[in-house]
Ligand binder design. Structure first.
Ligand SMILES: NC(=O)c1ccc[n+]([C@@H]2O[C@H](COP(=O)([O-])OP(=O)(O)OC[C@H]3O[C@@H](n4cnc5c(N)ncnc54)[C@H](O)[C@@H]3O)[C@@H](O)[C@H]2O)c1
Length: 198
C-alpha cells in the first residue's frame, strides 16, 4: 500500500456496493483518494458507507443505475458539485451471467447491453469533458478474462471486451491531453455473484 498514491484525486467507482468495487473503494480511500461510490443496491451502499466511515475516509455515496443516462449524468454532477473535479473513473459495475447462446434470453441480452455497454459509455461520455478541462484523467474499465477463455459464453463479458473497451482504449490513447484509459481483464474473484454462479 502507498498511503499517498491517490492524495487529491477524486475517484468515481461504479458497482461499489459489494465485491471488487467495494474493496477498491476502501483501498483507494486508504491510499488517499476521495471516493465516490455508486451502485443500484442501496443496502450494499450502506455497507460500503459503514466501512468508509470506520477508516475516516472522505467519500460520497450515490444511488445510481448506470444503465440510465440521466442518473449517470446526475451522479457525476453531484460529484463535481462536492469535489469540483473527477480524476479517476472506474467502470466496475457489471452483469455477469454464465449463459450459452442457447440459454440467452432477450431480457438477458437487453440487460447485458444496458449495463455492460451503455452504462460504461454513459459514464465515459460524462467524464470526458471534465477530464479534458482538467487536462488530466484516468479511466479504468473492468472487463473479464472470460472474453478470452470462454468463447461459448457470449453474455459473460465479450460485450465489454470486443465491442467497447479495446476501441475506447485506442481512442483515449490518441488524445493530446494526458487522459488515459486502461482495459483491465479480471480473472476470478469470489464475490457474491460468482458464488451464486457456482
Ligand atoms: N469476480 C470475478 O471473478 C470477475 C471475473 C471477471 C470479471 N469480473 C468483472 O468485475 C466487475 C466486478 O465484479 P464483482 O464480482 O465484484 O461483481 P459483483 O456482482 O459482486 O458486484 C457488482 C456490483 O455492481 C452493481 N451493479 C449491477 N448493476 C448495476 C447498475 N445497473 N447500476 C449500478 N450498479 C450496478 C451491483 O449491485 C454490485 O454491487 C464486474 O464488471 C464483473 O463483470 C469479475
Amino acid at each position: 500500500m502507498r498511503p499517498d498514491r491517490f492524495v487529491d484525486k477524486v475517484a468515481f467507482i461504479t458497482g461499489g456496493g459489494q465485491g471488487m468495487g467495494q474493496q477498491l473503494a476502501i483501498d483507494m480511500a486508504k491510499e488517499g483518494a476521495r471516493v465516490v461510490v455508486v451502485d443500484i443496491d442501496v443496502q450494499g451502499l450502506e455497507e460500503t458507507r459503514t466501512l468508509l466511515e470506520e477508516q475516516n475516509s472522505d467519500y460520497l455515496i450515490i444511488e445510481c443505475d448506470i444503465s440510465d443516462d440521466v442518473q449517470v449524468a446526475k451522479a457525476i454532477g453531484k460529484t463535481i458539485g462536492k469535489y469540483s473535479r473527477l480524476d479517476i473513473l472506474v467502470n466496475n459495475a457489471g452483469l455477469l451471467r454464465n449463459a450459452t447462446i442457447e440459454e440467452t434470453t432477450n431480457d438477458l441480452i437487453d440487460k447485458t447491453i444496458d449495463i455492460n455497454i451503455k452504462g460504461i459509455l454513459y459514464a465515459i461520455r460524462e467524464v470526458t469533458p471534465i477530464m479534458k478541462r482538467q487536462s488530466y484523467g484516468r479511466i479504468v474499465n473492468v472487463s473479464s478474462i472470460t472474453g478470452y477463455l470462454q468463447r461459448d459464453r457470449p453474455t459473460c463479458s465479450h460485450d465489454k471486451d470486443d465491442v467497447l473497451l479495446g476501441r475506447c482504449e485506442e481512442r483515449c490513447d490518441g488524445r493530446e491531453d494526458s487522459s488515459e484509459a486502461t482495459w483491465y481483464c479480471e480473472g476470478h474473484v469470489q464475490s457474491d455473484d460468482v458464488l451464486i454462479l457456482g
